[in-house]
Write a protein that binds this ligand. Structure first.
Ligand SMILES: *Cc1c(COP(=O)(O)O)cnc(C)c1O
Length: 375
């Protein structure tokens, strides 16, 4: 009886935590010993280790990826009247940052296979008001960076990487996070590198940007109670720095585990009617998500759930069609590639702890679905 089998969760944070629990408890204990709850030595050590991981000089810890993105746009002095070109097919936080500085997101369509910004579409969207381009390495797959950079160089535009889903991914051998002048990461618990709470980072090679980012995350001050510019309370907590410092040491192994799971899916799902994810020859994906496509996505999802297999939608409604952005004036049909992806994409479980037996059950259930519907 398939229905009687144990559920396969979409995400299993407990399975990841169990083998490192004593390391985590020791690190949390160090924070209790010195009581540096906001920033402090654990955050400082993690920032240095994470900068090295990304191959850049500086990492600034934040209380979320959204905060880091907001500050990145502040560092570029973007504000009202400005436009930022970005993708409509991402988690909404990418666009929040643009709204928070009072600028306008200008959406362009995505590549149909990697789901990342289409460089030719970016070029067509440049206006005299464009101030920056904000691409996302979606699902862990890096954007095709050289063509994006070429467009931006021609128009004198800075790029900011939204690397919230791509810790450890590579583009032509270069680390995601080191491609643009600034990159932002999220450490939300379900990300490839997740805190036990909220967290984020802004990474850069530029010392002046690093200094200003540190001031902006801490009320706009470098000397306490003197405020050079309007800032925020966006500090990373000591406990999160401690957790992240431990977990960063395991990240490469966990990403290898995700890669193994993705390879097993590719092998077992070949020849089914599903469209499978690609990894370009110039890319090393971080496999944050494993996303398949089919026009009957909703029925397939219901079928998997009836077999107690967790799956998820990333993302069911593109940003240009979200009610909160109605005033931007976009309509259905404006970005057909993104809109079709939103109807067809289904995320399967992908994490290092997923066993081959579980993968076999998931892929057998998918094959049963297509066998049952007679195609
Ligand atoms: C998770 C995520 C963010 C925001 O990160 P938070 O830490 O949740 O604020 C931004 N962009 C993308 C693409 C994300 O997936």
């Amino acid at each position: 009886m398939a229905g009687a089998e144990a559920p396969i969760p979409y995400l299993d944070l407990a399975a990841q935590m169990r083998p490192i629990r004593s390391e985590i408890e020791a690190a949390l204990g160090r924070v209790l010993d010195h009581c540096s709850f906001c920033l402090g030595p654990e955050v400082r050590d993690f920032e240095q280790a994470f900068a090295a991981f990304c191959g850049v000089g500086h990492a600034v810890g934040f209380n979320s990826g959204t905060s880091a993105l907001h500050v990145a746009l502040r560092l570029l002095d973007i504000g009202p009247g400005d436009e930022v070109i970005t993708t409509p097919y991402t988690f909404i936080a990418t666009s929040w940052a643009i709204h928070y500085v009072g600028a306008r997101p200008v959406y362009v369509d995505i590549d149909d296979e990697t789901f990342t910004l289409d460089p030719a579409a970016v070029e067509r969207a440049v206006t005299p008001r464009t101030r920056a381009v904000l691409p996302v390495h979606l699902y862990g797959h890096p954007c095709d960076w050289d063509p994006l950079e070429a467009v931006c160089r021609r128009h004198g535009l800075p790029l900011v990487e939204d690397a919230a889903q791509a810790h450890g991914a590579r583009y032509r051998g270069r680390s995601v996070g080191s491609l643009a002048r600034m990159a932002c990461f999220s450490f939300y618990p379900g990300k490839n590198l997740g805190a036990y709470g909220e967290g984020g980072a802004l990474v850069t090679e530029d010392e002046a940007l690093d200094r200003r980012a540190r001031a902006l995350r801490e009320h706009g001050s470098t000397v306490r109670y003197y405020h050079d510019e309007v800032g925020y309370n966006y500090r990373m907590e000591g406990f999160q720095g401690a957790v992240l410092g431990v977990k960063l040491r395991h990240l490469d192994a966990w990403n290898e585990g995700r890669r193994r799971v993705a390879a097993q899916y590719q092998e077992r799902l070949a020849g089914t009617p599903l469209r499978l994810p690609v990894e370009r020859e110039w890319a090393r994906s971080a496999w944050h998500l494993y996303v398949v496509r089919h026009p009957e996505r909703d029925a397939l999802k219901a079928h998997l759930e009836s077999r107690r297999i967790g799956c998820a939608l990333h993302y069911p409604l593109p940003l240009h069609l979200q009610p909160c952005f109605r005033s931007l004036g976009y309509r259905a049909g404006d970005f057909p590639v993104a809109e079709r992806a939103a109807r067809e994409c289904l995320s399967l479980p992908v994490y290092a702890e997923l066993t081959t037996a579980q993968i076999d059950r998931i892929t057998a259930a998918i094959r049963d679905y297509f066998a049952g519907r007679g195609s």
